[in-house]
Ligand binder design. Sequence first.
Ligand code: SF4
Length: 684
Amino acid sequence: MSLAGADLARSSRINIRRADALKQPGIMRSIFGPDGLIAKAHPEYEHRPGQIDMAEAVLRAFEQKHHLIVEAGTGTGKTLAYLVPAIAAACGSGARVVISTGTKNLQEQLMDKDIPFLQETLPAKFRAAVMKGRNNYACLHRIKQAESTPFLEGLDQIDQFDEVFRWVTQTETGDRAELSNLPENLPFWRHIDARSDTCLGQKCPDYEPCFLTRMRQRAMDADVIVVNHHLFFADLALRNGAYGAVLPDYAAVILDEAHQIEDVASEYFGSGVSNYQLDDLLRDLSYLKIEDREAERELTRISSRIQRYADLFWVSFREGRGLDGRFALTPRGSRPTMREGAELDEEQPGTAAYPALDNALNRLETAIDILKDAPADAESILRRTRQLRFDLNFIVKAADKQFVYWIERRGRGAFLRASPIDVSGLLQDKLFEKVPTVVLTSATLSSGGNFRFIRERLGLDEGEEMIAESIFDFENQAVLYLPAKMPDPRSPQWGAAAAEQVINIVNATEGRAFVLSTSNAGMNEMFERVASQIDYPCFVQGSAAKSELLKRFRETPNAVLFATSSFWQGVDVRGEQLSCVIIDKLPFAVPSDPIIAARQRHIEEQGGSSFYEYSVPQAIISLKQGLGRLIRSTTDRGVLAVLDPRLRTKVYGQSFLKSLPPCRVTSNVDDLIRFFAVESAATA
Ligand code: SF4
């Protein structure tokens, strides 16, 4: 990536003298130390040696232009530990730094809390901008067109649309997060968002006031840009491509929640086509204003052909598969059934209907191409049709062995996808070799005390690494409970024995527990077996929205929440309300998942052991995420329980145990009662 593009002009507006203040030797210690700027300004300041070490390592990575991988467990204060050196580097060099977070919530936390705090506290003045994916923003052009495109259903939607219409005349950003009093899943939002498919670009009559144009301008003027992984990798996949980059040039990037990167990168370096995309194309085609009657009739005929063949095409993918879920498209999950130039395989779902569908799309392409006085929107339909044909061809032929081909079914949606099996080479080429400084950080990146796994998965050969020390005293704050004897988790006896353990544990902790299962079926079974046997209020995932369940859990004394992996990450319940986290089984990734199966097979084909090189380290990282829910502050205390006997009976169990916090281990439930009795005595 050319750094020449980083606006040198911006450096003139930085107060050089103040920026230099952040470049003095030992500056991180004086900012984060007990007498430092943050201690003076932050009401909840705690001296954290691990935070200072991390901040110095991040600053070193910027100054020496190398990559850094840093695990910073809960209690390290990692957000400030990367923000402060990032700001120092951006202000000092005039080159932009991108910070990419795992979720939009974390983006908002940075923009609403941490960055304003540092803007007030640090001597250097800096500008920060947030960028989200295009579909978070309203499209002025599509909203204006909405008058003639009848996509609203029912009076509720008409009222909601009126509210959106009023809002776009007032909002500065066009970011739909501002519409907090409307439902999260507004049914018509996809018809008015600023997605690239339908964007007219510089030909748009609303290009100047467009919210995306304004967002990009703010980003160009900023020293620090806060994005999320989806936008970051969408941009990375587009860079040097036909449509160009989304983000302005940058000299360094910090990827927080970096344990998620492999999955996000494989999503954006792949291809996908959904039934919704085809539906949207035909719907937008029907709204085209065509003057020529004959051309209009021809487009209507082509549209019904596409609809007919598309229906046949999607039906063929539904046959023989369950309802929702992810399914491999080829019999063995990833091995393509086709070679380049070969005939399409009739056994591959969709291939019988595909030629007719492709033919109809081809006719559409030609018909639009020769339209006289075509309206501006015809160009986007043409572009989308070409892209659809290209993606469909790539997926249905399944000819590239480096990809796994699969389908996801969700409700009425069918999503065909091709994902790269191994993203390490792509990340090396597009990220680590192009950007001088990449900082990867997360609370969970190491497994078995080293970073071998994450480095190999992401293709990061070079660079410094560190595990930042937590300020938590796990020896005194937590107890690890491992049952003395449990049946094999795959045996029929497992369910009853695990439920008995959960009942004993939550009785000892007086509720206040998360019971986390590795599958929905396991969660439901556990809830059925346990809820009626304990005297504590029980909640189960799926009975309400996640945020509502968490609210109820926080507000209900002695509650027990049964959940799955969606509660393993990004959930923060401080204090004694959450005093116990129980995990039923070691969280090995589901081997029937097409991407997981393809990755495992790829390792085996290279002569490796997919179990030891992929399944075990990946499960260690997941387990650490789940257990990380428990201790969130220096005053939290609690019980971690893992009911899977393989932790003790299998050789690989040692790698798991080595990766857990250094706390006391017990198999005696009475120890848990004593642990909490000590706490009660101390607070009495
Ligand atoms: S430039 Fe694109 S996103 Fe912006 S208003 Fe126009 S069509 Fe919508």
